[in-house]
Structures are given as structure tokens and as C-alpha cells.
Design a protein around this ligand. Structure first.
Ligand SMILES: [Zn+2]
Length: 303
């Protein structure tokens, strides 16, 4: 079951949290899995914090990322050491011109990018599943329309296939799973997908470990990167993807940042300590329960 990233050398992985909430058990499990895979492969690990969601960012959430990694006992080789170091040297705000350049190239592709002025309420009224129904696709609004988001036209036939380290051969029908997705938000900031592609290319990432809920995002990024020669290196031959199952919350549904327990501080507030995370990782990897006693025992139990 366990993926063997030693097949690709050198392995370069990353933690990629977002400071938009306190990190929950699922985030911590993702960190430990990423760390194990990269360390087992003798690779290097970067801390890449996604702070383009300016509206939800809070200093306490940023600090919680460093606290959580420390609490879990996870080291990394490059990236910010603390919130001040992050703001000064690593924030995505330092790379806005790179993201803008990608948006500009996308804009120049005939028929790819269009402006959308729909509100969340408009979209939900037409599509209860929240998937954008393409309302503005044929309205030809200027991209400079104030408050407009930029979306990409995803053809009905768009499919992305790759070999996933956990799921095996995977095909995502993009129009069905995600629809015309946003590449530039209404506030003018580049969307998550843009930041993610550019950052992973800049870092030379070769291993991306994500929860299975991000499969549509991965497919969107692979499809988008494939549209331009400058981002073509973001592909599933060069980068190995692993989408691990999500841990269910107490109600059987996936854990979200707003469902963390206890709510105030996230997973680091677990009275039991980080063993609760190690145990969950052991369970996910199908290892015996004693493998989850510590980070060391997990590492020794991995094939
Ligand atoms: Zn629209």
C-alpha cells in the first residue's frame, strides 16, 4: 500500500498549510505522512504556506502552523522558521508578479479566460451542489469589470489521468468535478490553483501528498499547467501525487478546520498529545497499533 517515492530522485516534498483556521487532525496526519515519505526517501522538505486567502488569514492561525509542526516533532529543510520570517521572506505576496504573469499568459489564450460577476448566492440558486453552471461564459464581460472573478472555460471533454501513489490509476472528469474554476478572485488576488502551480514549480517539488478531497484541485492544476509551455513542467510524470483517504469526523463526515475539537486551538490542544496523530497515521497505513506510539516507531515500521 505504501508509496515508494524513492523511484524518483531527488525527492522534494512540501508541507502546504493555509493560515485560514487552526490546523485539525486531518492536517496533522497529512504532515506526518508527508514527512515519513520524504524522510524514508532521503529527500528534502520545504514549508510552503499558502496565504493568498487574505480575507480569512489571521496571525494566530499562522503561528499555529509553526506550533503544530513543533508539537508533532517534524523537521523541515527549507522555508520560514517563524511568522516574522514568513512575512519577511516567504509570503506569497512576494511572488504576486509571478502569479500575475501566469494569469496574463492564460488571458492571452483564445477563449480560455472569462469574467464572472456571479455571487455565491447566484451560483447556489442555479446549482445546489455549488458547481458553477457557466452563467457568464457567453456574456463576454471585459476582464477589467470591477469586482469580477476570472474563470477558465473547462471543456466538457476535459479529463485528467495520472497514476496516483495511493489511489492507483486515476481519471478526473474536470467539467463534472469542478466546472469552470476561478483563477483570479474578485479581490484581484490570484486563486489558490495559480499560487500552488507557480510555487511548486519554483520549489522544484517532485512529491505532493494531499487528502483525497483535493483530487479535483490536483486535476485542475494539471489541466491548467498543460495549457501553457511555461508551466508544462507541472505534470504527473515529473511530480508524483499521493492522495490519502480523509479521516472521518465524529459524525462520519470529513473533518474541516471549523469542526476541529476543541475549537479554540486545533489539534495541538489534544490532551493526549501527538500520539493521537501518530496512531491515526499507523491506522491509515495499515500498520500495527504499536507503530503509532511515536514518530520513531512509525518511521521504523514503514517498509
Ligand atoms: Zn458568472
Amino acid at each position: 500500500m505504501l508509496y515508494r517515492p524513492a523511484l524518483v530522485a531527488p525527492v522534494r516534498g512540501r508541507f502546504a498549510p493555509t493560515p485560514s483556521g487552526y490546523l485539525h487532525l486531518g492536517n496533522a496526519v497529512n504532515f506526518v505522512l508527508t514527512w515519513l515519505l520524504v524522510r524514508q526517501a532521503g529527500g528534502s522538505l520545504h514549508l510552503r504556506i499558502d496565504d493568498l486567502d487574505r480575507a480569512r488569514l489571521r496571525p494566530a492561525y499562522l503561528a499555529n502552523i509553526f506550533h503544530t509542526l513543533d508539537w508533532l516533532g517534524l523537521d523541515y529543510d527549507t522555508g520560514p522558521r517563524n511568522p516574522a520570517d514568513f512575512d519577511q521572506h516567504y509570503s506569497q505576496l512576494h511572488y504576486l508578479s509571478d502569479y500575475q504573469s501566469l494569469l496574463e499568459q492564460l488571458r492571452q489564450q483564445p477563449g480560455l479566460v472569462y469574467a464572472c460577476t456571479c455571487s455565491r448566492t447566484d451560483i447556489l440558486a442555479l446549482a445546489p451542489d455549488g458547481r458553477y453552471p457557466g452563467t457568464c461564459r457567453h456574456r463576454h464581460l471585459p476582464l477589467s469589470t470591477p469586482g469580477a472573478a476570472w474563470r477558465v472555460h473547462v471543456p466538457d471533454t476535459a479529463e485528467v489521468s495520472f497514476s496516483d501513489g495511493w489511489q492507483g490509476p486515476t481519471t478526473v472528469k474536470l467539467s463534472h468535478n469542478l466546472g469552470d474554476f476561478v483563477v483570479r478572485k474578485k479581490d484581484g488576488y490570484p486563486a489558490y490553483q495559480i499560487g500552488s502551480i507557480i510555487d511548486d514549480l519554483r520549489l522544484g517539488t517532485t512529491l505532493i501528498v494531499r487528502g483525497a478531497d483535493l483530487l479535483p484541485s490536483t486535476a485542475a492544476q494539471l489541466w491548467l499547467a498543460h495549457q501553457l509551455p511555461t508551466t508544462a513542467a507541472f505534470n504527473a510524470t515529473r511530480i508524483h501525487f499521493l492522495h490519502h483517504p480523509l479521516l472521518p469526523g465524529p459524525d462520519g463526515h470529513k473533518l474541516s478546520k471549523s469542526q476541529q475539537q476543541p475549537l479554540e486551538r486545533g489539534v495541538v490542544a489534544q490532551a493526549e498529545g501527538p500520539q493521537v496523530v501518530y496512531r491515526a497515521v499507523a491506522q491509515l497505513l495499515g500498520l500495527p497499533p504499536e507503530a503509532g506510539l511515536s514518530l520513531e516507531s512509525l518511521q521504523q515500521s514503514c517498509p
